[in-house]
Design a protein around this ligand. Sequence first.
Ligand SMILES: Nc1ncnc2c1ncn2[C@@H]1O[C@H](COP(=O)(O)OP(=O)(O)OP(=O)(O)O)[C@@H](O)[C@H]1O
Ligand SMILES: [Mg+2]
Length: 211
Amino acid sequence: MATQITAVVNQKGGAGKTTLAMNLAAGLAQRGDTVVVDLDPQGSSLQWSTLGAVPFPATVKQMAGRWDAAALKKQFRAYQHVLLDCPPMIEIEATQMALRASDRVLIPILPSPVDVWSSLRLPAEIAEARKSNPRLKAFVVLNQLEPRSALSESMREALGEFDIPVLNASLRRRAIYRSTALDGMSVYQSGARGAAAVTELEALIKEVFPK
Ligand SMILES: Nc1ncnc2c1ncn2[C@@H]1O[C@H](COP(=O)(O)OP(=O)(O)OP(=O)(O)O)[C@@H](O)[C@H]1O
Ligand SMILES: [Mg+2]
């Protein structure tokens, strides 16, 4: 199957881009060769992948020098899955290129209307990217949901305004996402303690990625 490129984007800092990209990569690595391309100058995913006592299940790389969407596709065409961990900025070239190179974009958002409002530029940027990349699909992934709490009415309204479909699968707020990052692992390597997190990531993979 052709390489699937997935950008993880939100200009809001701390929404969970790196957490989602790295754990999704660990899940996708069980299906085919997977690389995370760290497009954030902060280098969080690259650093994450070097912390562990065991090798991270997916490769993590950075882009060197000047590049464009075509160069990125060419460089990683041997992989089944490419995940682009984007910096918390939408207007910079790396994010713009990522939107033009990708088959789909996942937008992690914390379940607060304020977080949706601070991301409201994204739908317009995605519409702009579709002019040169018409097949780009976009989905919101709710992250750090609290157990049992239903989405507030104001959150539903804010998401309605956002106008990008929200996945049924979401990520709960779980300590395991933080502790595995500190250990350079994914929830897939954390045995029974990570089982619930793996279940929600597997649901997300089934919902978003073609077989
Ligand atoms: N579902 C979750 N449950 C618990 N903690 C989480 C979850 N998702 C993310 N976090 C924690 O929230 C913090 C921010 O997450 P992360 O670094 O993935 O966000 P980011 O969008 O990549 O941030 P930046 O914009 O700085 O790149 C981290 O400490 C991470 O461990
Ligand atoms: Mg990050």
